[in-house]
Design a protein around this ligand. Sequence first.
Ligand code: CU
Length: 345
Amino acid sequence: MAAAGLMLGSVGHAKAPTTAPAAATTQGVTVTDPKTATPAPAAPEAVNPLLADNGGPTMPIDPKVGQPVDGWIDVQEQVTPTGKRAAWMHDSILVPVITAISIFVLGLLVWVVIRYRRAANPIPSKTSHNTMIEVIWTLAPVIILVGIAVPSIGLLQAQYKPAPSNAITLKAIGNQWYWSYQYPDNGGFEITANMLKEKGTTAPGERARTDADGPPLLATDNRIVLPVGVPIKLLTTSADVIHAWAMPAFWIKLDAIPGKINETSFTIQKPGVYFGQCSELCGSRHGYMPITVVAVEKPVFDQWVVAKGGTVKGAAPAAAAPEATPAATTTNTSAPAPAVAPSDK
Ligand SMILES: [Cu+2]
């Protein structure tokens, strides 16, 4: 936290660290509507109530969304169009088809066991061919499989659709064992995200996880901030071994491979905090490199980008430039361990 505060300070963002967290917490609940959320308190003008003390927007965590839920047996609630489509495919096609086939086969077995047991059927039939049955049991599975393949291929295509030109690029770089992120469309600033350790296991000076950060093993010290309703182009790569950037609520799981850049895209439709993990066995601390995404409205995202020393994509240079541009350089040079070649634009 201290390091993040320092980085913000170096950016020259006018912000009082002592008042910020309180303001942020009390108003965090209505963060999705910043215009109406801040009529009463006139005080926090210099302080951006939407930015927490680590520079990221405050956003209440919904314990039922974006993270594992006790007793839940379905896929996580999906917040991207592709995710919703995939969840529909799972819930409305795959599970019913699997259930119907299983019950049908079980029913046939039970029927055969009872009806054709030795006591009820002492002289067995010698039939070895029945053309009608053979045609049915060949054609029926083919029809079922084609019926599944049609929506399945469309879904596969949607998952790998290239991002449109107005997309914002997020580059996720896997490292043993943490993630670093770059925003090449926003001035190229970099964020490093480490898992927050539990109280009692932290090294001196390290911040321990609190419930406001998120669940154990999923909360990170720095969060990725992304805009809602804007296509995100996700690029993944790795600085050492193969990792995988996986975010269940977005229906995203993309390998991060050294020397190679993988790409996919998604659009978050709902503001919130979402948690994921590295999903490729990458070494002894594979289970300790979580991913935390905060999805906010676009204006809040832009504020955050400027606070991080970045630039707003497509914005007029005059808008936020004088302060932000020199700061961007400072932040970049002071960013810890830019493991991957900086010339990634
Ligand atoms: Cu990993």
